[in-house]
Write a protein that binds this ligand. Structure first.
Ligand SMILES: [Zn+2]
Length: 350
């Protein structure tokens, strides 16, 4: 997909969401800290209009990603970061919601550390059973679980505020063409599984506003040096090499592991390792130093992921399912997200 198509798709999506009947959210709330900045727009780049204090009441207007537009008693209108306010949602919890985004994650308990229980389709309807903090407990005939409230808001596509916006990410799709990579228990090629993951990861990252470059878009042989030049010759924020493992003589071995070459990239590898583990609950083989050419000669933050053992028959089968691939990718995204968020700490003032 080229960039123009991505942008147009997102515009169409935004337009579509606005046609959906919006969920009715809380009307009243209070500020929970002192000296909270009220800004003219949903982001720290907007001007500070005024400051408000702990206990100040407001009327909720709308929410956009991490920011909430509020109206104060003096009829001032402005935006406040969501972490500085509480919204009385007992009165305004909707009785039903319609999921506005494709493949919305449904968790087994109200925290992002909980395993993903399912993915809800765009347009599917749920009964809201309860409201717990930032989460709704929802249920329909097929699915029961918890959804992050911001994900149920029609206008919450966090383009501008997303920590992924304008990030350049190179996805190195392991092997290809005559180099099939490892061969699975029932004959699956590593190159094909890596391609599945790359497709899913590209879609998700593009939706979040990242610029994604793939080292191969087809089943073709790309030399390692060319793969590195995709990273080194551009303004790359992160290079992720996707691989699957195989030890045919030890078919019981399973699990995920991540590698870095430069010490500076250890945190990035560990962050993704942790979140992928949280998402799929596979065996955790940890984060290690790895002397791989694509890492060693990479001038940008670079890691290599081994996301499973195709020599294990059950793992090979699981890796070929869309559900499992989506879980893997949601783990990678969350790991990247917390890495980006951490690298912005210090220069962010809410
Ligand atoms: Zn490989």
């Amino acid at each position: 997909m080229n960039k123009r198509i991505v942008v147009i798709s997102i515009l169409i999506l935004l337009f579509t969401f606005n046609l959906d009947k919006p969920v009715s959210f809380a009307k009243q709330g209070t500020i929970t800290e002192d000296n909270v900045h009220v800004r003219s727009g949903p982001g720290t780049e907007f001007q500070i209009i005024t400051q408000i204090h702990d206990g100040t009441a407001f009327t909720f207007i709308k929410r956009q990603a991490e920011w909430v537009e509020i109206q104060l008693e003096d009829s001032n209108v402005g935006w406040v970061h969501a972490k500085y306010l509480s919204i009385n949602d007992q009165v305004d919890t909707p009785s039903t919601i319609t999921i506005p985004h494709e493949n919305t994650q449904i968790r087994s308990s109200p925290t992002t550390d909980a395993p993903i229980a399912n993915f809800a389709k765009k347009g599917s309807s749920f009964q809201v059973i309860s409201s717990k903090g930032d989460w709704y407990e929802i249920q329909n005939k097929a699915i029961h679980g918890f959804v992050y409230k911001a994900l149920t808001e029609p206008i919450s596509l966090p383009m501008k505020e997303s920590s992924f916006a304008n990030k350049s990410i190179v996805i190195d799709v392991g092997h290809g063409g005559r180099d099939v990579g490892a061969i699975g228990a029932s004959g699956v090629f590593e190159k094909d599984v890596a391609y599945l993951t790359a497709q899913e990861l590209t879609n998700e990252l593009s939706m979040l506003g990242a610029n994604v470059r793939l080292t191969r878009r087809n089943d073709e042989y790309i030399p390692l040096n060319s793969r590195i030049s995709y990273s080194n010759n551009f303004d790359t924020d992160v290079f992720i090499s996707l691989h699957y493992n195989s030890v045919p003589n030890l078919p019981n071995v399973t699990g995920i592991e991540s590698f870095y070459y430069k010490e500076a990239n250890k945190k990035l590898a560990a962050s993704i390792q942790k979140k992928v583990f949280d998402a799929v609950q596979a065996d955790d083989r940890g984060t290690s130093f790895g002397d791989f050419l694509v890492l060693r000669q990479n001038l940008k933050p670079a890691i290599l992921l081994e996301l499973g053992f195709i020599s294990n028959k059950a793992e090979e089968a699981r890796l070929l399912t869309t559900m499992y691939q989506k879980k893997l990718v949601s783990g990678i995204i969350q790991g990247l997200g917390s890495y980006f968020a951490r690298s912005e700490i210090g220069k962010t003032e809410y």
